[in-house]
Design a protein around this ligand. Sequence first.
Ligand SMILES: Cc1ncc(COP(=O)(O)O)c(C=O)c1O
Length: 370
Amino acid sequence: MLLMIPGPVQVHERIIKAMCRQMIGHRSAEFGEILRFCSEVMKEVFGTKNDVFFISGSGTAGIEASIASFSKSAKFVTLENGKFGERLGEIAERYAQVERLSFEWGKPIELEKLKEALENGANVVAFVHNETSTGMLNPAEEIAKIAKKHGALTIMDAITSAGGDYVKMDEWGIDVAIVGSQKCLGAPPGIAIVAVNEKAWDFYNAKCPYYLDLKAYKKKFSELQTPYTPAIPLFFALEEALKMIREEGLEKRIARHRRLSKAVREWAIGAGLRLFPEPNGKAEYSNTVTAVRIPNGITEKELRDALRREYGLLISGGQDRVKGKIFRIGTMGNVGKFEVIATLSAIEDVLLRKKLISSAIEKAMQVLGD
Ligand SMILES: Cc1ncc(COP(=O)(O)O)c(C=O)c1O
């Protein structure tokens, strides 16, 4: 099966092989060296000089750790224009007072509303950088600038941006950022990585869940350890995935992600399909996942079933309120021209047979180049 969903991504052979070895002690110098290397590369990926912590768990563990650990005297404002924005609101409600700003899915966040919430006393802003459910990139720098002006803390879900698109925590003024191993980093699922600056500790809540207490991760990281037994094979894999990022170079990797997603967009438009998000204003199309409206004449299930059955290809459908209305193609991690052309050709085949689109593979080819 070719996985072209927005995570978990297709894992490169090198990374799979790195996992197939005997366990090591997690209090050993050998594990410490893996943690040191992973931290060094992740600082580059997040664009930060701050501390980076590793939690064995999916991306949500990193989000909950960030929200819960930094919830003392917090009045959150969450920016919700998709499923993962809504999830931030749901998590924050468990730990603090929250104003949940809700916007139409696939439409930009209204920054005026954020300003109002901050003027009314919100002191922590939580938002999603790359909203995977709608294929839209939210204006992180702009949001952080507004938050900073009001002295508020910013917590950014960078789960499907970091490692595939620009994340410049320190330059933009983001205080806490989170990524999951199974997206643009190209590793298997199971490690959440959280970058934290000094300001965040002003909000430290010692009553946060024991396993997700970031202070424990900070304390143990000073000994190059994690507080509890880490998912060791996943750290072998992450180390290899991050070596591959170093070899490719972050700039080139981001350029590749941008090229692949642009190819998908150009193909969709050329074929006569409609992209889902309407990023007028400050928001932009995602550079790691593309959401396309399902044309009349086929259902999401028919399309995805045909791709799975005939081509061994997995793409995503819509979630929650856009279920059945869109399909989504992830172009994250270590995939390239071959996987994108194979994916688009397969989708084209299914849709052309039903006379729902015209062929536009050459549009994608033009973007992908030699
Ligand atoms: C933007 C975003 N946030 C959070 C999550 C949740 O991550 P996980 O499933 O790794 O917990 C996802 C997963 O797709 C995501 O895309």
